[in-house]
Design a protein around this ligand. Structure first.
Ligand code: 26Q
Length: 797
């Protein structure tokens, strides 16, 4: 075999070689973009060998493979991550310096791959990295959206969306695979002859693969993220073209490409849009055809599929995988229906990420039957089969109801394991979402608490703290995060605590400089940095946070706080473009910031910063600089949260409710290192039954009354005093998310935060304890859980 190994000391010459021969630029005239591409290619070259080796090994041993199907992969930047996992960062920095280039500038030049909305998409990205790290042979399957999540700007405090175009520049990490392409059908009709069923689609597109290697920690293993781009089956309508109707001749092409054009920007309210259903089928059908092609290259008996293949559905978005796999096995390969059911179930797993009723996917049978006529029939057959197998199934339970296909029930019935994403959430999935199906299938619903990759979220995002950790407990914690426990022995050592504080401060200085430069607001790095970054949603209660901020400001101005602790309140996040209330909350935060930041009475004691366009890269900047992590959702609503884990790892204690994985964070870190407040999930249910709970709560809190009064009077919108009447009215009369009920206790907990922060020694201990006890929240632990409990696969390392 040819020796392709690239020795480390050739990195510098490889960068120059790529600059010259790949980019066609000479060093004297190269732009930042050119240098970034040259560096990316030099790094990518070093991924290819471990990638081939991993693929060869999996083929050679016939190891079981995992296929992770997700409509979203919220990856962020790849250059720094790859450099770090390969251990090449310092060398690359040095080589570039010799060319007069700063590696940080190049790293920051890379656009985020924002192929996701939020938590679910970012989880998929962390999972890809962890599967590579633990040596789980896996493919991620997704869609190569031309436009990722929209960009956010503020105009007069209001969110304005503009298209995102990450592919405008060449994307150095992907390999187009035009030879890996599959035909995807839509609409048309079905013909039945005896036991053969043939679907004749009326429309077809081609799904073309684009592969990105995903390298694990220390480059020991690499997997593939395979994203599908939609292409037309025929480039031109030749007949039209020949008639001279040139524009119309290109129509089918334009139509096909719309399929992978844009990511749906709504992560909470589901709308039955035909294009979305087509996107889901594009991903799923292409993935399953690819999986079966790969399987049949090694094996012939499709009944053994579950021995070699595990397919995970990231929420219900790829739940069409059930019927599509049955169609392929039964219609195309002649497997009897019952056997096809068992085979499909043996392969499929389903992860639920939400309990919000408005987010549960349901399709009108009319739309569904029109777009996927054969799948509609198969869903009826699946539902019938299930009812027949489980006679005790109540009449009101099933996939089809009220002329709708319920994707949650479909995914549940087609999967051998269904999981929630935190202990509390998984219990609620059993109790509230699928109680009857859980009774029929005891043990099918399990829990796999989420995690995040410590390589990106600690090692890479927080250099100062990573260095301190390694200096204190040695290396090896990066892929064995429980070792962080070793820090506990040092939390009462003054020198360590001060070093911990210094690392945090260094990150805060960076953020303060960025805020000054980009937003023109001066903040002190010694103030308490209080951060809430996540999608804007009523249940996440950014409103509660800004209302409490106003109360605090009000108190500060009237001089009612002795020795006030200076605070910087930082918000970040996007609202779905059609979510009017969320957009109003954004505007309110910006309006309040205008007033507060210009108030000479409070000055440096309180600043409110809301940088636009929160994304993965901004998270990497803000989270390491946070002193306080805001996780304040209405209990029972946040399935898990993963930002909460990133803050904890980076030494920011949580102020939070007993919701999602906060429950487990509290358990791990201990009550003395967590600011708990608010109603529990059970109390929330009870509270809603109280007819005038809003009135009671508001009348019980003078602070809240004052705050609502100020907003209603137009204190933050003097040019339009009535601007927030809707919001104020909502809190008084339709407070479904119980902002009013949790206000007073939140305010109390914030006071305790101030007290704790003022005691520097106590605070540093709390912060360090959060890092020390965050080992459980590594996504390596999560992935090992799935491997054992759901996928039945071992590490190939
Ligand atoms: C569905 C149909 C049509 C269009 C869009 C959608 C859609 C898209 C995205 C529905 C939901 C989502 C995203 C959900 C999500 O991000 N859920 C979050 O998942 C995280 C990972 O498990 C959890 O930590 C969060 O608690 C949960 O909110």
């Amino acid at each position: 075999m040819t020796d392709l190994s690239l020795t480390p000391n050739t990195l510098k010459s490889d960068i120059l070689r790529h600059l010259t021969f790949t980019l066609g630029k000479d060093a004297g005239h190269a732009s930042i973009y050119d240098w970034r591409m040259a560096l990316s290619f030099a790094i990518r070259d070093r991924i290819v060998e471990p990638w081939f080796a991993s693929t060869r090994k999996t083929w050679g041993t016939g190891h079981k493979r995992v296929y992770y199907l997700s409509m979203e992969f919220l990856i962020g930047r790849l250059l720094e991550d790859a450099a770090i996992n390969l251990g090449l960062y310092d060398q690359a920095a040095e080589a570039l310096l010799e060319f007069g280039q700063d590696i940080r500038t190049l790293i920051n030049d890379e656009p985020d791959a924002a192929l996701g909305n939020g938590g679910l998409g970012r989880l998929a990205a962390c999972f890809m990295e962890s599967m590579a790290t633990v040596g789980c042979p896996a493919y991620g399957y997704g869609i190569r959206y031309e436009h990722g999540l929209f960009r956010q700007r503020f105009e007069g405090g209001r969110q304005v969306e503009t298209p995102e175009d990450w592919l405008k520049q060449a994307h150095p990490w992907e390999f187009p695979r035009p030879e890996s392409a599959y035909t995807i059908g839509f609409k048309g009709h079905v013909e039945h002859k005896g036991d053969t069923h043939t679907w004749y689609p009326a429309e077809t597109v081609i799904a073309e693969a684009h592969d990105t290697p995903v390298i694990g920690w220390k480059g020991k293993w690499a997997n593939t993220l395979r994203l599908w781009a939609a292409k037309p089956t025929t480039q031109f309508d030749l007949e039209r073209f020949n008639r001279g109707d040139y524009a119309a001749a290109a129509e089918p092409e334009a139509l096909a490409r719309t399929l992978s054009r844009v990511l749906y920007p709504d992560d909470t309210t589901y709308q039955g849009k035909e294009l979305r259903l087509k996107q889901e089928f594009l991903l799923t059908s292409a993935a399953l055809q690819d999986i079966l092609r790969r399987y049949l290259a090694s094996y012939s008996d499709l009944r053994d599929l579950p021995k070699h293949v595990a397919i995970q559905m990231n929420d219900t978005h790829p739940a069409i995988a059930g019927p599509e796999l049955i169609r392929l096995l039964h219609d195309d390969h002649g497997m009897p229906f019952g056997e096809a059911m068992k085979t499909a179930q043996g392969c499929l797993g389903y992860t639920n990420h939400t309990l919000l009723p408005e987010a549960l996917e349901r399709w009108a049978t009319f739309t569904f039957g029109n777009v996927l006529p054969r799948h509609m029939q198969l869903i009826e057959a699946i539902d019938y089969w299930h009812k027949d197998e489980y006679h005790s199934r109540p009449h009101y339970v099933g996939i089809l109801k009220h002329h709708e296909v319920r994707m949650g029930e479909l995914a549940f019935i087609m999967a051998h394991k269904v999981n929630g994403v935190s202990a509390l959430h998984s219990e609620l999935v059993k109790k509230n979402l699928f109680p009857e199906l859980d009774a029929l299938h005891p043990g099918r619903i399990i829990n796999e608490t989420n995690g995040v990759t410590p390589r990106r979220w600690l090692k890479m995002a927080n250099r100062p703290l990573s260095k301190l950790i390694t200096d204190t407990i040695g290396d090896g914690w990066e892929d064995d995060l429980d070792r962080l426990k070793g820090l506990e022995a040092h939390v009462d050592d003054a020198a360590f605590a001060e070093a911990f504080g210094a690392a945090k401060r260094a990150n805060k200085v960076q953020v303060a400089n960025w805020i000054a430069q980009d937003f023109g607001v001066k903040v002190s790095p010694d103030a308490l940095f209080d951060v809430q970054v996540k999608r804007i949603h009523e249940y996440k209660r950014q409103l509660l946070n800004i209302l409490e901020t106003i109360a605090h400001w009000h108190k500060l101005r009237s001089g009612r706080i002795e020795n006030p602790v200076p605070r910087v309140k930082i918000f970040g996040g996007k609202a779905a473009p059609g979510y009017a209330v969320a957009k109003e909350i954004i505007r309110l935060i910006n309006d309040v910031a205008q007033v507060v930041n210009n108030d000479p009475k409070t000055g440096d004691l309180l600043k409110i910063i809301y940088p636009p366009n929160y994304n993965v890269s901004m998270a990497e900047r803000l989270i390491p600089a946070a002193d306080l992590s805001e996780q304040i959702s209405t209990a029972g609503k946040e399935a898990s949260g993963t930002g909460n884990m990133k803050f904890m790892m980076n030494g920011a204690p949580t102020i939070g409710t007993l919701d999602g994985a906060n429950v487990e964070i509290l358990e791990e870190v201990g009550a003395e290192n967590f600011f708990l407040f608010g109603l529990t999930a059970e109390e929330v249910m009870e509270r809603r039954k109280v007819a005038d709970h809003e009135k009671q709560a508001i009348e019980g809190s003078q602070e809240l009354q004052d705050v609502l009064q100020m907003i209603a009077e137009g204190r933050f919108s003097p040019e339009e005093p009535g601007r927030y009447h809707g919001i104020v009215h909502g809190v008084w009369h339709h407070d479904y998310f119980l902002v009013s009920s949790d206000f007073a206790d939140f305010h109390r907990a914030q006071g305790e935060v101030d007290t704790a922060y003022a005691d520097r020694k106590r605070w540093l201990r709390m912060a360090a304890m959060n890092t020390a006890r965050s080992g459980f929240f590594s996504s390596d632990r999560t992935i090992r859980g799935y491997m054992k409990d759901v996928w039945n696969v071992t590490s190939a390392l």
